[in-house]
Design a protein around this ligand. Sequence first.
Ligand SMILES: [Zn+2]
Length: 84
Amino acid sequence: MGIPHSQAQCFVCGSEKRNRVPVSAIQKIFDSHGIFIPKENRACPVHIGDGIFVEEAVNAIMQKSIDVQLDQETTLDYRLGSLR
Ligand SMILES: [Zn+2]
């Protein structure tokens, strides 16, 4: 499961107020929920607390996630926790 690539708007709420997402948040949601988020994606700061997505954002992300095909290299990076 995963979230489509998007840089133009916040991928959580669609707002144009967006920032880079900390890699720690992207890694965490992959580890805990198996959801892939492209590391180039942007999100509003309000969805992040303490370097991870807040619960409300996690719920929104789960609802938005779709079936995505990842190439092997990307999958490995996420699996091994070696995102940078
Ligand atoms: Zn947002």
